[in-house]
Design a protein around this ligand. Sequence first.
Ligand code: PLP
Length: 393
Amino acid sequence: MVISNKISESMKSSSWIRAMFEEGEKLKKQYGQEQIFDFTLGNPITEPPDELKMELIKVVSSDTKGKHRYMTNSGYEDVREEIAAFNRERSRLDFTKNNIIMTVGSAGGINVALKALLDPGDEVLVPCPFFVEFMFYIENHGGVMKLVDTKDDFHLDIEKIKEAITEKTKVIIVNSPNNPTGVVYSEEELKDLASVLNARKKKGQRIFVISDEAYRKIIYDGIQFPDLFLLYDDTITITSHSKDLALPGERIGYITISPLMKNAGKLIDAAIFANRILGFINAPAIMQRVVGKFQKNSVDIADYQKKRDLIYNILVDAGFEVVNPGGAFYIFPKSPIKDDIKFVTDLQKHHVLAVPGIGFGKPGYFRIAYCVEMDIIERSRPFFKEVLGKAGQ
Ligand code: PLP
């Protein structure tokens, strides 16, 4: 065999999201773009803010010498200082540029954090349903993923987390607002999580929280996003500008390591080294220069909220059982039949493309990514009704 057995196995179990997206591309060729309601990918149609585009032009066209060169593996010092200042203002903690490591998106950031933390066989808890790439990222670094079911409303089941912890548990990855459910974890549940982890710490076991905050700014209904740095010392947050500034192709994000973490310096050094040896070397230079100034900005969240309202109403009107998401741009309704793959295939026959829940470790549900044109959401209304009606028969 040319390729490794391991990668061959991983590819087989790899993404349903891609599989459905590719199916959609075929249908679009067959029936025309307009006739296909593609809710498969979290690849927003939104453009980055105009001021950001202007800044990009300024940076690219400046006469500054050396702007395309390597820099320190953690990223430009002045950019990291800008981000640290933003963190200081937000959390009222003593962040410095040393707490910030610029990364190749949050995917790069999570890989760097896991590389720095995991020894082979270390366990990583992941609340389920989950962003399936976590599984591959954990495997990349010899970790063992342990899924922990969430409650019916997709919030953390603290008792189950407590039960899932063993002496080998090193990390828990939390992702809020969540992909695929859109659920935003409350301060209470994160406090409860912190108290479970602190109880282990008292017994001599440190469990690190990697908080994937790719959707942190995409949050609705005035919900306040709880600041994990204030709740738990061994916190590492992963920020991405793929979604909040609509820059997924530019691959820019960063890791923030808590200033309250004991021996944080060791983890910071390890993460910088990991950034280098994973082959990232450093985050894209031009994008670092640009995003430092846009920490307080985001795309139009009100627009996403309108889309959330519309898709939620369409699904509820049609009779689907669904949790109203507080953030991100995903919604995760229950499939009206047990077999979510069959249901998604039925939806396809009505030209509606979604991803089966099994692709997120949760059969019996399906995910809709509503980061599409409003018109696509609106025109999909009758098809959801029709397909649910048929499933009921
Ligand atoms: N984490 C979650 C939960 C995501 O949904 C995504 C992308 O969809 C990523 C990480 C990766 O994002 P990035 O483009 O920042 O690498």
